[in-house]
Structures are given as structure tokens and as C-alpha cells.
Design a protein around this ligand. Structure first.
Ligand SMILES: Cc1cc2nc3c(=O)[nH]c(=O)nc-3n(C[C@H](O)[C@H](O)[C@H](O)COP(=O)(O)O)c2cc1C
Length: 131
């Protein structure tokens, strides 16, 4: 799925988003993600530099959600993730991260296939599916 322009603008325009995962038992976890980009195929890449509970959850349960917000505009992105530590897709994420700063370990790449996007705003369209 290719994300709508208004979603892409907020995703790229804000430096940090909130990334939610859950354990297989349904225990939720949320963390910040600043190392993120959208590929041409619409998949979202998040770089694992420091993840702990997030990584444990991803290994058990691939379903994830990302909350993005700019002012009073906000979207909830839902998708399915794979975690890679080698191969072409990982190398792309590794190079992208290292170009930003050598201090970042880029231990793994989380590749998210988006399956739905919802409004996360206030008002009558709150919670509506937009993609
Ligand atoms: C502004 C900001 C951006 C962050 N971006 C990332 C990131 O892109 N990748 C990452 O691995 N950790 C990032 N972190 C660290 C995570 O928020 C968190 O500390 C880490 O995932 C460990 O928490 P966990 O046990 O919930 O996974 C960031 C932290 C801050 C404050």
C-alpha cells in the first residue's frame, strides 16, 4: 500500500513517532522512533538502535502500530513487521542510518508492511479508516 500524501507529509515532517508492539500474551509496549523512513514501495523502515522490549515483542508478534501527529492532524498506522539483520533490505537501512550518524549501531531493520491507516484526530471523523 502506498501511503496518502497527507500521511507521508506528517511521517516525514516530524522527527519522532510512537511505535507500539505487543507480546504474544497481549502486554503492550510503546517507544519512540526517530530512525524511520518510507520506501518507494510504501513499506515503512524503522531502525533498531536501542530496542529492548520492542524487539522481544516483534519476535513474538509481528503486528504493530505507529502513531504520527503534527499539530492537530494525526494518523494511526497499522501493519505487519519483519525484523532483519542481514540482506539487501537490512543493508539499505544500515547505510541510511550510518549516513545520519556513525554512533548509531543499526542492529536491525524493522520492515513494516502497512495494512491500514486510521484518523487519530478529534471530531466527527475520529477513528475513521482512511486507507
Ligand atoms: C526522540 C527519540 C527517538 C528515538 N528513536 C529510536 C529509534 O529510531 N530506534 C531505536 O531503536 N530507539 C529509539 N529511541 C529509543 C526508544 O524510545 C527506547 O528507549 C528503546 O526502544 C528501548 O525501549 P523498549 O524496551 O520499549 O524497546 C528513541 C528515543 C527518543 C527519545
Amino acid at each position: 500500500m502506498l501511503l496518502k500524501n497527507e500521511v507521508v507529509e506528517i511521517f516525514n515532517g516530524e522527527m519522532c513517532h510512537q511505535f507500539a508492539t505487543a507480546s504474544i500474551d497481549g502486554i503492550p509496549n510503546i517507544c519512540n522512533v526517530g530512525a524511520k523512513f518510507i520506501r518507494e514501495d510504501g513499506k515503512i523502515v524503522v531502525v533498531d538502535n536501542y530496542m529492548n522490549k520492542t524487539l522481544s515483542n516483534l519476535k513474538e508478534n509481528p503486528e504493530v502500530s505507529i502513531l504520527i501527529r503534527q499539530g492537530r492532524e494525526s494518523y494511526q498506522i497499522k501493519g505487519t513487521a519483519i525484523y532483519l539483520t542481514e540482506g539487501k533490505e537490512y543493508e539499505e537501512a544500515y547505510k541510511w542510518m550510518k549516513a545520519i550518524g556513525d554512533k548509531y549501531p543499526a542492529r536491525g531493520a524493522i520492515i513494516i508492511t502497512v495494512h491500514s491507516v486510521y484518523n487519530s484526530i478529534t471530531g466527527p471523523t475520529a477513528g475513521d479508516k482512511v486507507q
